[in-house]
Structures are given as C-alpha cells and as structure tokens.
Design a protein. Structure first.
Length: 485
C-alpha cells in the first residue's frame, strides 16, 4: 500500500529578511496616500507581498555565488556565454539577445517583425506585450478558447488557442498581414493557465504552412511544462526539461522575462532561430538596452539567470513551487471564496466580479478588492481587470475584459505555508465584509499601462457624505476594530 506523501520545499532557509505588521490605522493612511492603488504603496508598509512573482524570487546560494563571478566587461562577458549556453540547452534557441527584462525583448521583437497595419493574434493579451505590438502599429486580436474567459470553467488547458478563431482572422486579414502569432505559456491574465503541447503544435503547423511565425512568451513556460506533464497523458513520462524543449520547438522565437521562472530579480532575453532576424535584433538592442552581449544587464545578473534556468527545471523545485500556489488556492476554495478554476501556476486569482457583484464594472471592483485586502491585513495583491486592460487606442473607451480579477501572486522560494494560512484568513475576512465595499473612480489616469500609476478615490453612495465614508473601503468596521497582529 502506498501512502500519500506531501511535497516540501527542496531547500532550507539560510538568510531571512524581517517583515513587519502594520496597524489598521497606519494602513488606512497608506492606502489613501497610494490613491487606492497597491502599486503605489511602499514595500516597507506591506506585510505579505503578493503583488507579483516578477523579480521577487529568492535566489539560491549557488546563484549568489554566481553573482561573485560577474565578469563586468562591456563586451563579450564570460557570463553572456554562460547564459547563451543555458538558453540553448533548455530553450533551444540558437541566437540569444539579452535584455533588461521581458518588455525590452517585446519592444525589439515588435519593432523587427511588425509593419503598421498588421494584425497580431494571441492567446489573450498581456499588458506590456500588447502595448509594444500597438506602439509598433499592429492591432492585437484575442484568439484564446472561450473557456479562458469563464472563471468557473474547469478546462485543463485554458491557455489553448482556438484554431477556428485564428483561421477566421487570417482569412479576413490575409496571412501577409499577420507577422506572427503571439502565444504565451502560461497565460497570465487568464489565471496562469497552461497551453497544451498538442495545441501549440497545431498552431505551429497552421502558421508555418502559411508563412506566419510563432513567437512564444516563455516567461512561465517551465510552469506550463509542469502542467503538461501532469495533465497531457502522452507527456506523463517526460521530464519538465524535455517538455520545455518540445514547447520551444514549436516557436520561431521567444521573449522571456527571466524575473519569473528563472528565479532572478532582473533580466530577460529574446531568443531567435533565424540569423537574419537576430542581426536585426542586435541592431536594435544596442539602441534601447545596451551592447548585444549584455542588453542592459550586469555580468553578474546574466550569471545568476544562467544558474536560475538550470534550477528552474528541476522536478522537485517546480512541484513545490506550484504546490504552494495550489495549497493557498485549495484553502480559499474551502473557505467558499470564488477563485479562477482550475488553479493556475503562479498565482491564485480572486473573482472580483463575483465577490463584489454589487459594484458596476466602471467602479473597478478588482481595484477596490485589492485595496480592501491591504487595508484588512497588509497583504498586497494586484488588480487584473478593467484597470489593467486600459482603453482602446482607437475609440478611447475603457476595455472591459470578461475577467475582473485580483491576483494573489506567489514569489518563488520566499514565503512559507504559514504565510499562506494568514493570507487565507485575511481574504476570508474581506470576503465576509464584501457587502459593504465601495467602488473607485480615477483621479489620475496615465495614458499607457495606466494600472501602474493610476490614482483613485472612493465612490460613495449619496447617503454617506462624510460619516463612515471618511474611511476607506469596508471601512466602517475597520475603524473601531483592533489591528491584527
Ligand atoms: N509576459 C508575461 C506573461 C508577463 O507576465 C510579464 C510580466 C511580461 C511578459 C513582461 O516582463 O516585467 O520582465 O518586462 N509580468 C509581471 C507581472 C509584471 O506582474 O505579471 P517584464
């Protein structure tokens, strides 16, 4: 008889960074000063920081040792060649153009491949990816399967491309107007949902038969590979590293934010197969990032990323990484909180539209929920709904995506299961008070990627001028209540 064995982290803790719980009245002040935008809070005022898994990872002792091996030459640093070797070995792209982070690669890629008037289909948008496509003159089209827009659908691969949608778009616009299809693995804004290997292969066959390239956003492709191993029966006996290579084989190039899967705090790259495109990319990287052998990174950063790539594909690592995300998700589900199903790879996404169903979309329920969670407990989350989606560049109207979510994003190797328990309790508390929450309206709205720096004020019902409304979001309660902890 075999007994269930729990996962545990394949590491022990060597260095710790103290964190501090604030009082409720301090947090009320902080969130108001931040214009109810969690991006504008100071990290020192945050207790458990689940804003993002980007650049917030803990590095291993080996990575830190690699930092000491930084070869800070302007040109041809040893660490560049170490990174090139790791990318070739694990991702399989022969040409490596390092960039300071993912969006640096997106900028260069969009500039070399897009002609104004082009159309770029993709499996749901990502904020920075789409903005670079639009700035280069393309229109983005979402060709993800319908299930991805339904937070309750249990489809195991909600990141899949709908080939009928893709085909309709290519027929309408003409293949020559589609420079590439942009496929993210996993799909961040769908809830960290994976793409199936067989789906990506079909997309590649379809595109390559028509002279269209496939560009992979490989930011969380290791996490995607783990889901494929778990859920795609034909892939069960393959290692995560093998599946990662198979995913990349479908693509002509990849943009990468190393700040996620690769367990570093900064860094990214553009990987390409075609020498001609790589030449064009090297021509631009020197304009926007730095010489083509450092791309805005220090030698030590490239070394840490090269080592992080090797660590990221270890089975024990990825099992416990996603195991922790799923631990939090399962506890929230048990508490009755609506979350995106199935649970994704890097985060648990709260369904703010369902939780705050009394608030209209133009009062940004997800933004309000993230602010309320901070206020309740000092846990910092991120809005991933209409504020993130921005305005349509042609009409100027707000875009209202089907998903209005708050993301509890788990940094890699940073927090313990006890932190996840505290987060569960905090979310459950906010969930109980949901009926009293107020919506928000903009007081400052930047033009591009507005979610980063936007500011808001509370929308109060006409009956509550002054009074309880002076507080914050579910606030009448908090005013009299003792601070937690
Ligand atoms: N692609 C995906 C899927 C991402 O999630 C991100 C960043 C990027 C590209 C851009 O990479 O930040 O290194 O420039 N996502 C972060 C997040 C910001 O919090 O989800 P970057």
């Amino acid at each position: 008889m075999t007994h269930h064995r729990s996962w545990a982290e394949p590491w022990k803790i060597k260095v710790v960074e103290p964190i501090r719980m604030t009082t409720a009245s301090e947090r009320k002040e902080h969130i108001r000063e931040a214009g109810y935008n969690t991006f504008l809070l100071r990290s020192a005022d945050v207790y458990i920081d689940l804003l993002t898994d980007s650049g917030t990872n803990a590095m291993s002792d080996r990575q830190w040792a690699g930092m000491m091996m930084g070869d800070e030459a302007y040109a041809g640093s040893r660490n560049y060649y170490a990174l090139e070797e790791a990318v070739r070995e694990f991702y399989g792209f022969p040409h490596l153009i390092p960039t300071h982070q993912g969006r640096g690669a997106e900028n260069i890629l969009s500039k070399i491949l897009i002609t104004p008037g082009d159309h770029v289909p993709g499996n749901m948008y990502f904020t920075t990816t789409r903005v670079h496509q639009e700035l280069a003159g393309a229109t983005f089209h979402d060709v993800i399967i319908d299930e991805a827009h339904d937070p309750a659908s249990e489809h195991p691969f909600k990141g899949n491309v709908d080939l009928d949608k893709l085909d309709a778009l290519v027929r309408e616009g003409g293949a020559e107007k589609v420079p590439y299809v942009s496929v993210a693995a996993t799909v961040n804004l769908a809830g960290g949902q994976p793409v199936e290997l067989s789906n990506l292969r079909r997309v590649a066959d379809y595109c390559h038969a028509r002279g269209i390239r496939v560009i992979l956003d490989a930011t969380r492709a290791v996490e995607n590979a783990w889901f494929i191993q778990q859920r795609e029966p034909a892939m069960r006996d393959h290692t995560v590293a093998e599946i990662l290579r198979l995913l990349c084989e479908c693509a002509d190039g990849a943009t990468m934010s190393g700040k996620k899967d690769s367990l570093v705090n900064i860094g990214g790259w553009l990987g390409l197969r075609e020498e001609r495109l790589a030449e064009a990319a090297r021509g631009l990287v020197v304009v926007y990032e730095g010489l083509h052998t450092y791309g805005g990174l220090a030698g030590r950063d490239m070394e840490a990323m090269a080592i992080g790539i090797r660590e990221s594909v270890e089975e024990d690592h990825i099992r416990s990484r996603i195991g922790q995300v799923h631990y939090l998700g399962k506890r929230l589900i048990d508490a009755g909180v609506p979350v995106v199903r199935p649970l994704g790879g890097h985060a648990v996404f709260l369904d703010a539209a369902a939780i705050l169903s009394h608030l209209p979309r133009d009062q940004f329920p997800a933004q309000a929920l993230a602010a309320a969670l901070y206020l309740e407990s000092g846990v910092r989350a991120m809005e991933r709904g209409a504020v993130s989606a921005g305005r349509d560049p042609k009409t100027g109207e707000n875009r209202y995506p089907a998903l209005e979510l708050v993301r509890l994003t788990i940094p890699r190797r940073v927090y313990t299961q006890a932190h996840m328990d505290v987060v569960t309790e905090s979310v459950a508390e906010v969930f109980e008070q949901r009926g009293q929450m107020h919506g928000l309206r903009f007081t400052y709205e930047p033009e591009l990627l507005r979610f980063f720096q936007a500011r808001f004020e509370l929308v109060r019902a006409p009956s509550e001028t002054g009074g309880a409304g002076a507080g914050g979001i579910a606030l009448a309660q908090l005013e009299g209540r003792q601070a937690l902890g």
